[in-house]
Design a protein around this ligand. Structure first.
Ligand SMILES: Cc1cc2nc3c(=O)[nH]c(=O)nc-3n(C[C@H](O)[C@H](O)[C@H](O)COP(=O)(O)O)c2cc1C
Ligand code: SF4
Length: 335
């Protein structure tokens, strides 16, 4: 029999006109998660990742301190959705393993510094003015008195909750690619709609490395910890990865962009003791700019397969047009 959420039966309705989604609509989403996990199991997947990161829905609920009703406010309410999804998956007799990817900490939205921006050339990122929103109750894993600094106390609690619900893998990332991309995906070159790095991107790599180190030190036994945001390390990625795993700062190093441009990066480091520098990701961000324009994601600058696609030229033209529009003052920047 198909899984049904109890709130659907009671036709739970809108609790506040400030809510984008009513509690009843959220209940409908739980049912969709349960269905998706069933499809994954039937397709042969070993586990599903219940994503709580990057400004997507479950990440928003973790930071829903001001939401009224059963999905906002207390830690218990803000994590209710996870508990309901997992209870639903199990009530559906689905034995699939569980993983959770979570933004361990967030920050405020950033935008290009107008004082240092030129037409068509966004300046370095600066935080939005949050002075009239203090204490800051709009983000998970930050200090309410200073949301530019992280506070992992609730992240540890969340990790413990996940372990108690049978989650075996925690994959930590940070922030959101949509409003503070330098926190989440340290890069030398921003995506076409972004801002220049506010500081050396190594600062942002180190922030995630240290956060994951603290979380790993408190991780429940048997939980597998995966860290993120190592690609900006470029030629030094294999050495750092080896150190982090050997020193027990993380169990696994999760790699994003660097394997797009160079899928055999780690194999070459181990087997050849050297990398091909022409394939190392230089964080040009085309793999992000492209899908934001409705094109395939891929490493257009370094991967011949993508460079030869018609999308490569379309992306080039789009970027040129975006630049020209920004120069004429008709384009807006977004994080
Ligand atoms: C093109 C692209 C697509 C991504 N898609 C996802 C995604 O669907 N889900 C997710 O959790 N992270 C996604 N990420 C973020 C990466 O998983 C990773 O956290 C981020 O790129 C930082 O790691 P890196 O320095 O190894 O690239 C994406 C990143 C890129 C560049
Ligand atoms: S497009 Fe290629 S070089 Fe640029 S960030 Fe993506 S993977 Fe790295």
């Amino acid at each position: 029999m198909a899984y049904r959420h109890p709130l659907l039966d009671r036709r739970f309705q809108v609790t506040s006109d400030r809510q984008v989604l009513s509690d009843g609509e959220v209940a409908g989403i739980v049912v969709d998660y349960v269905k998706a996990a069933r499809i994954a199991w039937n397709a042969g997947a070993d586990f599903v990742d219940i994503k709580h990161c990057h400004g997507y829905l479950l990440h928003e609920f973790l930071g829903a301190f001001t939401r009224p009703g059963r999905y906002g406010g207390s830690f218990e309410n803000r994590t209710r959705l996870l508990r309901e999804i997992i209870a639903g998956i199990r009530a559906d007799a689905n034995p699939i393993e569980l993983a959770v990817r979570v933004s361990a900490f967030d920050s405020v939205p950033f935008h290009p510094d107008p004082a240092l921006s030129l037409p068509g050339k966004p300046g370095p990122g600066i935080p939005e003015d949050f002075s009239s929103f203090l204490p800051y109750y709009y983000a998970f894993g930050v200090k309410a008195k200073n949301p530019l600094e992280y506070d992992l106390s609730e992240t540890v609690r969340f990790m413990e909750l996940c372990a108690s619900l049978g989650v075996k893998i925690m994959n930590f990332t940070a922030g959101s690619p949509y409003y503070n991309p330098h926190i989440q995906r340290p890069a030398a070159y921003p995506p076409s709609d972004g801002y220049l790095p506010p500081h050396d991107p190594l600062v942002d790599v180190a922030r995630q490395v240290q956060a994951v180190r603290s979380l790993k030190a408190k991780a429940p036994k048997d939980m597998l910890i995966v860290g993120s945001a190592y690609s900006y390390l470029q030629d030094y990625l294999p050495q750092v990865a080896q150190y982090l795993v050997r020193a027990g700062w993380t169990d696994l190093v999760g790699i994003g962009r660097a394997v797009l441009s160079y899928p055999t990066l780690l194999a070459d480091a181990v087997e050849k003791g050297a990398l091909n520098p022409r394939l190392v990701c230089r964080t040009f961000s085309d793999c992000t700019s492209a899908p934001r324009q409705g094109l395939f994601s891929g490493c257009y600058p370094l991967d011949k397969y993508y460079a030869a696609k018609p999308d490569a030229q379309i992306l080039k033209d789009l970027k040129a047009r975006q630049k020209a529009a920004a120069k004429s003052g008709s384009a807006k920047h977004s994080g």
